[in-house]
Design a protein around this ligand. Structure first.
Ligand code: SF4
Length: 352
């Protein structure tokens, strides 16, 4: 497995599981349309490898997406395209549950109930909140409460672990804190999920500066056609000190080289390393090799994506089935949560 657990936890007492039980894993991604290289290298590739020996639940978090604004008329298409990407990269409905968050309304219900145990101060100190809130004159409450919905996403399924990047670690800590506080107030229901931190690190965008992100326009789509891949990759920022073709380069500071490390065969990567330092390869040729690696790596996935796009009814069937299975777990959790929080008034007025 390409990840390591950063914290030990004894879940068996709370979840009723024994130590031989497969660990349950939850994660989700916003419906930003087709997945890009950062989505794949930073998350999806690892999700695929986790499916064989864990009970995995993969979600498309469209309830989260509404906090970023955007045109609601585009959201269904983006959700569909993300579902196609999930399936194309190998997330497997026979091994895992794949579903769309808004199909399981228990997510938002549990988030509301977690408001009861989450101090506003804890939300205000989240780094992402501080960054995002600067872009608003009047900050929507959803931006502040975003981590509560994330906690609900995870705890609704009593997940044992969550694959996260470094930038999500703080939110997962808050999830653990919410679980602790809720359990202390109402009884042990929620495990404190571990963070599975990947070894791939932060995948920088083609600008070589910020994390790869669609909203920053520094991405390359994994399902893009070869021409489009090249059009994107040719814009990638390289070693800023390599101004002329005969300037020796420094692969260790070049993001193109770092992407080669994820996608190009090791012998070619070693050759590029030497040729870059000796200035015997130009950046354009180096980027052409990277574009070819991307096209080659994702060729089978482009094929699968084309099939799913031609069979939207199959995508719908998979997501409907996933929502049904997710909801069965969610309902169990919520029945217990409601009862413990006193929201089960029929207890006081039993039917005759
Ligand atoms: Fe980067 Fe390749 Fe140019 Fe070297 S040759 S600076 S590794 S793009």
């Amino acid at each position: 497995m390409e990840s390591h657990v950063i914290r030990d936890r004894n879940v068996s007492a709370m979840s009723g599981s024994d130590t031989t039980k497969r660990r349950r894993i939850f994660s989700g991604m916003q419906p930003s349309g087709e997945a890009h290289l950062g989505n794949y290298l930073g998350a999806l590739k690892r999700w695929v490898s986790l499916q064989d020996d864990h009970d995995c639940i993969w979600c498309i978090v469209d309830d989260h997406a509404i906090t970023s604004g955007g045109d609601p008329r585009e959201l269904p298409r983006r959700t569909f395209d993300m579902a196609v990407s999930y399936l194309a990269v190998g997330l497997d409905p026979d091994k895992a549950i794949l579903f769309v968050q808004s199909d399981v309304p228990e997510h938002t219900e549990l988030a509301w109930l977690f408001n009861a145990v989450t101090p506003v101060g804890d939300l205000e100190r989240m780094t992402q909140y501080k960054d995002k809130s600067q872009h608003f004159e009047s900050v929507p409450a959803g931006i502040l409460n975003y981590p509560i919905l994330q906690a609900a996403d995870i705890l609704l399924y009593r997940a044992d672990a969550v694959p996260v990047g470094e930038d999500q670690r703080q939110h997962l800590e808050l999830t653990r804190e919410i679980a602790r506080k809720w359990n202390a107030a109402y009884g042990d229901v929620f495990p404190e999920p571990d963070a599975l931190i990947g070894r791939e690190g932060r995948i920088l965008g083609l600008d070589g500066e910020a994390k790869m992100s669609k909203s920053l326009g520094n991405t390359v789509g994994i399902l893009a056609e070869p021409d489009e891949v090249w059009a994107r990759v040719r814009t990638a920022v390289t070693d800023p000190q390599r101004v002329r073709r005969d300037d020796p380069g420094r692969p260790e500071v070049c993001n193109v080289f770092s992407l080669h490390g994820h996608l190009t065969d090791p012998d070619t990567v070693a050759r590029i390393d030497g040729e870059c330092r000796a200035a015997t390869i130009g950046c354009v040729d180096c980027k052409k090799i990277l574009a070819e690696s991307i096209v080659e790596t994702f060729a089978p996935m482009r094929e699968k994506a084309a099939w799913y796009r031609a069979h939207p009814e199959e995508v719908r069937r998979i997501l409907d089935d996933g929502a049904r299975r997710a909801r069965a777990i969610a309902r169990d959790t919520m029945a217990e949560v409601r009862a413990r929080m006193g929201l089960d008034w029929r207890e006081a007025a039993p039917a005759e």
